[in-house]
Design a protein around this ligand. Sequence first.
Ligand SMILES: NC(=O)c1ccc[n+]([C@@H]2O[C@H](COP(=O)([O-])OP(=O)(O)OC[C@H]3O[C@@H](n4cnc5c(N)ncnc54)[C@H](O)[C@@H]3O)[C@@H](O)[C@H]2O)c1
Length: 257
Amino acid sequence: MSRLAGKVALVTGAGSGLGRAVAIRFAAEGARVIITDIDGDRGEAVAKSIGGNAAFIPCDHTKTADDEAAVAFAVKTFGALDIVHNNAGGPFTGSFESVDDATLERVLRTNLFGVLQMTRAALPHLRDSAKRNPAGASLLYTSSLQGLKAKPNFSLYTVAKHGIVGLVRSLALELAPQNIRVNALCPTVIATPMLEAFLPGMASDRDEAMNRFRATIPLARMPEPEDVAAAALFLVSDEARMITGVALPVDGGQMAM
Ligand SMILES: NC(=O)c1ccc[n+]([C@@H]2O[C@H](COP(=O)([O-])OP(=O)(O)OC[C@H]3O[C@@H](n4cnc5c(N)ncnc54)[C@H](O)[C@@H]3O)[C@@H](O)[C@H]2O)c1
């Protein structure tokens, strides 16, 4: 399969869960992939499992210097940067009133500021890529179903994920004249390490919680990270050359209810 042949993609938070599945799928489709993650061991392991078409650089996307270094590393290692998937994020659950300033800062930095910072660092190279490719360069984001709707006790996470959808719509218009497409994925609950961090705030019994999630999904099955990777692949590929400004649910039909 070679739907991304010749492309260089950078994926944040690619050491685990959804980002890992995306990086593996992009590489399987012919891309050369820069794995970035704040967790060195996990990121390195994913790059190693992919082989010569992947390279890892540690990157805390909330640090502009890290983002700029990761982007420069992509260009130095593989010669270009055509696709950036801003995927890194972290959990938050709890009552809004009890949130202290440190939590506010941490959750918004991890889920929104870092995304903005990496986007800014990548733009000069995406612009170069877009000049070479008639189908454009591609910016992709992992928002969440919480970027389109809401539930109680997810306030900060929901603020950040709605913020990403707003960013996508605004940047899609701003960058369209430069042939850079900008889209988001909005997955429902998926069994990744991050979900395990959410669960204690949502239910006391894990199996019962999973059964309850499944019961809310019209297709009556839980999505896998690979389902998100398949949607990511389409949106960043040249097949989606006319698609920009979209926040695509990967939710088995929940948004239709
Ligand atoms: N799992 C779900 O149910 C779900 C649903 C919707 C959206 N999402 C979103 O998907 C994305 C990936 O989540 P996941 O479920 O794969 O979680 P995960 O915990 O498996 O992976 C997240 C990765 O991001 C990395 N990371 C965290 N902070 C970082 C930082 N500051 N800089 C760089 N890397 C950092 C972590 O080290 C980790 O490897 C997140 O943005 C999350 O909000 C997840």
